[in-house]
Design a protein around this ligand. Structure first.
Ligand SMILES: [Zn+2]
Ligand SMILES: [Zn+2]
Length: 330
């Protein structure tokens, strides 16, 4: 099969993904074999390909927002031809203290799609049958792909931030995840304040109904109840903290930050303000979010790339050169 293969991580401008032939995944017990119909591109893929996350495999096929069709390992619940989604959480042990507490996102021995196992930048992919999600028929392949990480983890970030209906919520950064979160927030009657770099990201936020839009480090005109940061930048986290009311929460939706700068405790964290990271997702997050997405008719803004343009798709994500989400179509 055709695949985008990583053997030596490096700057994406140097095209570290090799597009070539790879063996099809072998049938494994408890897994389904999927023909990949589309695979979303996530900033985490970029961190993996550029080597900012520790290397876990000699050769790797990235991609963890897979829309696939069951072609092997079918079961009564997942018959041949069923269309399913696969996300970053590719499996858990089910036995560690976190799994036993219902915190499978923090599992001590997790499998991550497109990182510890091969992912969806390929013609075919294998996935644990109990970690795939049937997709609502009204979402087409391209629209469903970005929901599977950008959407689900954005949604989890809203939960981690403790968003309540009617809250004033700040989104710092306005890429694939934020442009989906804003629709969920509006369905909860929240007012959304967006700080982001890039004119076109600001225009997109405006067109999606943000109450206020500013540049990356601009301070929203009101004190926020909650803020979610999406940029891989510690300065942005501090800017978000500086925008909170007492008792407010910042949730950091980033697997990697450039650094965490020193900040003034008395002014920025005192007053029971909270700073929380968002790690991975649970299957319940995925199911709940996909239900909401179908109910509100969530429609991502998508730019499609053929598989042999996988490096270019990641470069576009790095440069914030596209609005919404990039999706690879093998
Ligand atoms: Zn576990
Ligand atoms: Zn992701």
């Amino acid at each position: 099969m055709r695949a985008a293969i990583l053997t030596s991580p490096g700057d994406i401008a140097g095209r570290p993904l090799e597009i070539g032939e790879a063996p099809e995944p072998e049938a494994e017990p408890g897994h389904v074999l999927l023909r990949v119909r589309a695979c979303g591109v996530c900033r985490t893929d970029l961190h993996i390909v550029e080597g900012e996350l520790p290397r876990r495999r000699e050769t790797l096929i990235p991609g963890h927002q897979i829309v696939g069709e069951v072609v092997g390992g079918a079961t009564a619940e997942l018959p041949v031809g069923a269309r399913v989604g696969v996300s970053w959480m590719g499996g858990t042990d089910g036995t560690c203290p976190y799994c036993r507490r219902g915190l499978e996102n923090l599992c001590d021995a997790p499998t991550f799609t497109g990182y510890t196992v091969n992912g969806g930048y390929a013609g075919y992919a294998s996935a644990r049958a109990d970690f795939v999600f049937p997709l609502p028929p009204k979402l087409d392949d391209l629209d469903a792909a970005p929901l599977l990480c950008a959407g689900i983890i954005g949604f989890r970030s809203l939960r981690v931030a403790g968003v309540e209906p009617g809250d004033r919520v700040g989104l710092f950064g306005f890429g694939a995840s934020a442009h989906l979160a804003i629709a969920v927030l509006h369905s909860w009657n929240c007012a959304v304040y967006v700080s982001t770099r890039g004119d076109s990201h600001r225009r997109l936020a405006q067109s999606l109904g943000a109450a206020w839009v500013g540049a990356e480090k601009d301070k929203p005109p009101v004190e926020l109840d909650r803020a979610i940061t999406f940029a891989p930048s510690g300065d942005v986290v501090v800017a978000a903290l500086a925008s909170l009311r007492k008792g407010g929460v910042v949730a950091i939706n980033a697997i990697h930050l450039d650094r965490m700068p020193e900040f003034d405790y008395d002014r920025l964290l005192w007053g029971e303000r909270q700073l929380r990271s968002v790690a991975n997702m649970t299957r319940a997050d995925a199911r709940d979010f996909l239900d909401i997405a179908a109910a509100i008719g969530l429609k991502p803004k998508v730019t499609a790339f053929p598989l042999d343009q996988a490096n270019e798709a990641l470069l576009a994500v790095k440069r914030d050169a596209i609005d919404g989400a990039a999706v690879i179509v093998p």
